[in-house]
Write a protein that binds this ligand. Structure first.
Ligand SMILES: Cc1cc2nc3c(=O)[nH]c(=O)nc-3n(C[C@H](O)[C@H](O)[C@H](O)COP(=O)(O)OP(=O)(O)OC[C@H]3O[C@@H](n4cnc5c(N)ncnc54)[C@H](O)[C@@H]3O)c2cc1C
Length: 392
């Protein structure tokens, strides 16, 4: 039986960040088991690439603050581009909530979240119908990152420090003896270990059950339309989000082929969280989704409504939702078994903070750079759920 001190299951952005943070702490006897023949075939490779400090809970705000600093200054290319997030409201109650969130963000140390009136929103996004908009907020440090570059950056730097990544290796069972983790069974034999970190995103629940642990993560399909507009999109266009419906758009970037697939700057991504979607592992893009999102675009922005979908570039992936839409970071009732999963749509942007947190928990027993204890798995049993009003 081969062995490693720490086995990380899942080689998406969170598994890669965990390997990196363990390795930078000097723990290089680490192996990442990824069932895909390449990394990024889970949710990471389908993400929109947004990053924002504009959340409603202190833990999400702090995870973002830490992660944005990391994206800005780290040793590899992350594609961090602070174009901003513009949340707008068409309803006074939603605007009040945005303002309360902005106050909370400022209190937590976020710099430069602006409260905007309708005229200012119209000035910043001139092609948008603002008639029904009452106001919004804009985060200057928010913007875009490249999820694939971040995942590869973490992976390369981890491997340079001694970590190993095994592709095409599916973990089928986490073996426990006398209340502690002993090994991981895979399609390619057993791997003995002292600790296992489960970073399998939307696929976590089934695997955790093999160790007798229930992890409440549900997969939910999210779809994105890629379309080509008639005219060029202003290069300053931020992520624009209707805080009420979740309808949003951003300039398109192909993270897998960054150089040659965008025509000028006419390509756009737009989407909304379809409330008719129910939990499943379906990742097929459905043409009916296009019809729904174009219907929303009809009212909001003519340039979106008149855009032409590029069908082969439209995509679907899975959100990995927990009941309170916050990640699960930490251990459980089995000694040596840890989770960094369930990011509920924020796993790319929070990957630096979550990788560091879980590395510190595994090595030191707790995360000292940031108190993430409110993200423990136990919170579901205790009923200590968090409430995020900025979930999209
Ligand atoms: C449409 C869409 C848009 C999104 N937009 C954003 C965004 O703008 N910003 C943001 O921060 N987040 C966004 N997200 C969410 C983000 O993609 C995820 O939160 C993040 O990628 C989670 O990373 P992960 O490493 O935990 O999971 P994944 O990337 O899903 O990686 C898990 C990996 O585990 C592997 N795996 C699973 N089971 C096993 C097994 N048994 N053995 C071995 N390997 C296994 C899978 O193959 C996969 O590679 C979006 C998601 C979707 C679907």
């Amino acid at each position: 039986m081969r062995s490693a001190k720490i086995v990380i299951i899942g080689g998406g952005v969170v598994g890669a960040s965990t390997a990196y943070h363990l390795a930078t702490r000097g723990e290089s006897d680490v192996v990442v088991l990824e069932r895909g023949e390449m990394q990024g075939t889970g949710s990471t490779g389908r993400a929109t690439g947004g990053v924002r400090e504009q959340f409603g809970t202190e833990i999400n705000i702090r995870m973002s603050m830490y992660s944005i600093d990391f994206f800005e200054h780290c040793e590899f290319r992350t594609g961090y581009d602070p174009k901003g997030y513009l949340f707008f409201a068409t309803d006074k109650a939603v605007f009040e909530q945005l303002k309360r969130n902005a106050a909370k963000q400022a209190e937590t140390g976020v710099r430069g979240v602006e409260i905007l009136g309708r005229d200012e929103i119209e000035r910043r996004v001139p092609a948008m119908n603002c008639d029904d908009i009452v106001g919004g907020t804009f985060g200057v440090r928010d913007g875009f990152i490249d999820p694939v570059a971040v995942m590869h950056g973490f992976s390369k730097a981890a491997v340079e420090r001694g970590a190993k990544i095994e592709l095409g290796c599916e973990a089928t069972k986490i073996n426990v003896a006398n209340g502690r983790v002993e090994s991981v069974s895979t399609g390619d034999g057993e791997v003995g270990c002292d600790a296992v970190v489960v970073c399998t995103g939307a696929w976590t629940r089934e695997l955790a059950a093999t160790a007798g642990i229930d992890v409440p993560i549900e997969p939910l399909r999210r779809q994105i339309v890629w379309a080509r507009c008639e005219n060029e999109i202003p290069s300053s266009l931020p992520m624009v989000i209707d805080a009420g419906s979740g309808f949003h758009f951003r300039p398109a970037v192909d993270f897998w082929e960054p150089s040659d697939s965008v025509v000028g700057n006419r390509d756009i991504l737009f989407a909304f969280p379809d409330r008719e979607e129910s939990p499943s592992f379906n990742t097929q893009f459905d043409a009916a989704f296009s019809d729904k999102v174009y219907e929303l675009a009809r009212h909001r922005a003519r340039f979106l409504f008149e855009s032409r979908p590029i069908v082969e570039k439209c995509r679907a992936g899975l959100y990995e939702n927990t009941p309170d839409h916050h990640a699960i970071i930490g251990g459980c009732g089995v000694e040596g078994l840890y989770f960094a999963s369930g990011f509920s749509g924020h796993g790319v942007m929070h990957s630096p903070a979550s990788g560091r947190a879980i590395a510190e928990i595994v090595l030191d027993g707790n995360a000292s750079f940031l108190d993430v204890s409110c993200l423990s798995l136990e919170r579901f049993e205790r009923g200590d759920l968090l409430t995020e009003t900025g979930y999209i």
